[in-house]
Every structure is written in C-alpha cells, then in structure tokens.
Design a protein around this ligand. Structure first.
Ligand code: HEC
Ligand code: HEC
Length: 405
C-alpha cells in the first residue's frame, strides 16, 4: 500500500536545495518526479557538499537511503472524529496506525532530534500552553529566539496550509523544517536517521510501525504526522454545552458568544451594525474549528516588519497576511499573534475594539477601522468569558499526547 518510490526521494530534493524556505513543492506524479530527480541530482549533491562546508543547519541529511517498501500493515488507528466536525485530511500514503502514532509520539518528544540533545518538538509545543509555547518567540537549541510565535498543535488534521504563512502544504512537509532549522534543532536528517537507527528500542518501534527496523526520514516524518493528527480538541466547556449536552454556559459566557457572532458597530451610526465583536467572519461562525484557515491581515501594523504570506507567495497583496489561528484553547496560548505582541486577551480585544491599523492589505472584514467596535467594558469582559470556555482541559491533560520518555 505505502509506496516508497521516486516520489519520496523527490520530496527530499527540493529540501536539500532550499531547506529553510517556504515551498517544498506539492505532490507530483512519480514519473515527472523521477525525471526531475535525475535532472537535479548533480545540483543536489553539490548543495549537500557546500552545506557540509558551512555546517549550520545543513540539509545533507536528506541524502539518506530510503527503506525498502514493504506490504506490511500495522494495526489501523481508528481516529475518533467528533460527530460535529468535518472530514479530516489524512493523506492516502500515510494511513494512521496504532504503532505509527505511538512511534510518532516518541519522536515528537525526542531531544536526540536536535544536534546537542537539548530540545524536542515538545520543547516549543507543550501541553500547558495547548502545545504551543508561553513566550513571544521560542528559544531553540542554542537559546536563540525563533522569528515567530510558536503555534498550538490543535486539530491539525483540518489544516491545509501550515505555519503562519502557509508555506508547507501538508503536515509531512511541515515536519521536515524544524529539524534542520539552524535556530530550532540545527540537525540534518542523515544524522537524525543515524542516531535514531542505532537505538535498539527505536528499531523495534520502527519494525512494529513499518514492518522492518529500517529508519529513514520518510518513516520518521510520517509517524510524527500521524501522532499530531490524533491531537483533536473537542471537549471544551463550550463543546460540552453546545454539542454534548453536558454543561451550561453562564449568562456572561452566553452574552460573549452572542457578541462573537454579531456584526460590529453601533446600529445608530453603522449600517448593519449590531454592536457586536465581529469575530465570526474570520474565526469560524460555524463554531467548530474557530478559524476559516484563510490568510488575512487583521490590522496589526501600518508599516510591516514581517511580510507573512507574501514571504512565500511573493504576491504584494499577501503582505502582512497570516493564517487565521484557531481560537480553541486560546486562554492557554498567550502571548498572541504571529509575533507574540499581545500578552493578554484584554490587549487582543482592545486591538479589535479600536478597529486595527490601516494598510493596503488590511482585510475588508476589519471594516470598522477608524471607527472601532465601541465595545463597553462589560462587552469586553463577556467576550473574554466566552473565549475562556474554549479551553479543553481533557485535551491538554490527555496522557496520550504527553512525553513518553
Ligand atoms: C525552537 C522551537 C520549536 C521547535 C523545537 C519546534 N517548533 Fe514547531 N513551531 C515553532 C514556531 C516558532 C512555529 C511557527 C513558525 C512559522 O510560522 O514561521 C512552529 C510551527 C509548527 C507547526 C505549524 C502549526 C500550524 O498550525 O500550521 C507545527 C505542526 C509544528 N511547529 C510542529 C513541530 C514539530 C513536529 C517539531 C519537531 C520536529 C517542531 N515543531 C519543533 C517552534 C518550534
Ligand atoms: C479580518 C479577520 C479577523 C477578524 C474579524 C478577527 N480576527 Fe482574530 N485573528 C485574525 C488573524 C489573521 C489573526 C492572526 C494575525 C497575526 O498574528 O498576524 C488573528 C489572531 C487572533 C488572536 C490571537 C491568536 C493566537 O494564536 O495568537 C486572537 C485571540 C483573536 N484573533 C481573537 C479575535 C476576536 C476575539 C475577534 C473579534 C473581536 C477577532 N479575532 C476578529 C483574523 C481576524
């Protein structure tokens, strides 16, 4: 079933050529891919050599041999999709298995995946912060800060474009990046494969998940992706009230929900205004994922320091647009925004209340720019009370997501 052919090799070639940048190309068919691989191979090898010379975050690890394909089938993992969620995105070439998910959990929490054994994925994505980090920027293996705020690992099986700027188009593609990033883990896939491959416990886990003890980057990436797809948050107080009939929202929380769903602006002065918070346009009016997963400029700046999605697309209309983040578990993921500029939800609400800063790419849905939402102190408190109902303690306390080492 799982095919480990030129397609896999191909996915790795662009990584070697361009490791830190956006845009590992999407899926291609194998034939085109094989041709491309042959054409690019000399370049690929040169890139590896020159990167070996300068050391930092070299992608030479991608030149590792790939494991033999086998027909082995591990135990299928029955992903429990909440009845009110849409269908998850699970790539056909990476079906979820019990053994794969478990291996992925070990690798996610594996500090040996960083050059100096200092950080794992979990160092910047830990439970108390809903699998994000509690700092504006995270600190990598040498204590240097990342360029952006860490993102929560929440319901990623419903995301199509990963990172704040959407530069990775699958979880499998996304995972390639942090390991070789010079600030985050500063390793190479070759070295990671060698280190993990020498460990007898891991050999057993790879055999259980994939049929042979062979370790390669494709198997590592697939298992980590499988693990992250199990991290589904759907049991917040809000869910228990709305979908499970197990809780009731307080009057303040209910009023906050109404404000979340109402158009902004004082009806006496603004056409269609309902005196609401106007959040639902972008953060999911269906009240399921709490994001539209689109790229938008919510008016943080007039002069941009981070071009966001335009870094990836080169399109000036994408400047300073970022993927709308989910608001699930938002009370746990402070500080806020792609650069962690707001320390509290009060500061976030104040930002929206003043309408945001004008710029050429400001989202038209930030329509009260210059006027503001005119929220009262009570409105703001109720809105925050509602946002706090989106915290899912069962999710963050779920042992299956915690460090198994
Ligand atoms: C040093 C801190 C750090 C480490 C280590 C780290 N990450 Fe991240 N992670 C971040 C930051 C910062 C971002 C946002 C980067 C951006 O958008 O440019 C991020 C983004 C992500 C995203 C995107 C989420 C989304 O909604 O698009 C995923 C998934 C992720 N990391 C998984 C991992 C995995 C898996 C590992 C280990 C292989 C890992 N991270 C290691 C800091 C880290
Ligand atoms: C025009 C679309 C839009 C509207 C309207 C909007 N948001 Fe956002 N929101 C975004 C985007 C895009 C981001 C990420 C911006 C960034 O980091 O550059 C964001 C970020 C946030 C964050 C920080 C999330 C994090 O993980 O750091 C919170 C909290 C938030 N919004 C709450 C709200 C609330 C509450 C409202 C209503 C008062 C609202 N938003 C209205 C698009 C919107």
């Amino acid at each position: 079933m799982r095919r480990r052919t030129a397609k896999n090799v191909c996915g790795l070639v662009p990584l070697a050529l361009n490791p830190f940048h956006a845009g590992f190309p999407g899926k291609r068919n194998s034939a085109r891919c094989a041709v491309l691989t042959i054409l690019l191979l000399p370049l690929f090898l040169m890139a590896c050599r020159s990167n070996d010379d300068d050391g930092g975050g070299a992608p030479s690890g991608t030149a590792t041999a790939l494991c033999e394909q086998s027909d082995y089938a591990a135990t299928p993992y029955e992903l429990e999709v909440p009845y009110f969620f849409p269908d998850p995105i699970i790539p056909a070439d990476n079906p979820m298995t019990l053994e794969g998910v478990e291996l992925g959990r070990f690798l996610f929490w594996e500090k040996a995946l960083s050059r100096n054994n200092a950080v794992s994925c979990g160092s910047c994505h830990f439970p108390a912060a809903a699998f994000s980090d509690d700092k504006p920027f995270s600190f990598g293996l040498y204590g240097e800060p990342t360029d952006r705020n860490s993102m929560g690992i929440i319901n990623l099986a419903w995301v199509k474009d990963f990172f704040w700027d959407g530069r990775a188009s699958s979880l499998e593609e996304q995972i390639l990046e942090p390991l070789v990033h010079p600030v985050e883990m500063d390793f190479t896939w070759a070295e990671a494969v060698e280190r993990i491959g020498e460990d007898p416990e891991y050999q057993q886990r790879f055999e259980a998940a994939f049929g042979t003890a062979c370790v390669d980057s494709v198997r590592m990436v697939k298992s980590i992706a499988q693990f992250m797809r199990t991290m589904i948050s759907h049991r917040s107080k809000f869910d228990k009230a709305r979908y499970y009939g197990e809780a009731l929202l307080s009057p303040a929380e209910n009023r906050g929900l109404e404000l979340f769903l109402a158009e902004g602006g004082d009806p006496a002065f603004v056409d269609g205004g309902q005196g609401g918070g106007d959040c639902f346009h972008c953060h999911g009016g269906d009240l399921i994922l709490f994001t539209d997963n689109l790229f938008r400029n919510n008016g943080l700046d007039t002069v941009f320091t981070d071009l966001g999605r335009a870094d990836h697309t080169g399109n000036p209309w994408d400047e300073a647009t970022f993927r709308t983040p989910t608001l699930r578990n938002i009370a746990l993921t402070a500080p806020y925004m792609h650069d962690g500029r707001f320390a509290t939800l009060d500061e976030v609400i104040d930002h929206y209340d003043m309408g945001g800063h004008f710029s050429a790419t400001l989202d038209p849905l930030m329509k009260l720019q210059g006027i503001g939402l005119s929220l009262s102190p009570q409105d703001k408190a109720d809105l925050i009370a509602f946002l706090e109902t989106l915290t899912d303690y069962e999710f963050i306390e779920n042992e299956a997501f915690h460090d198994p080492h």
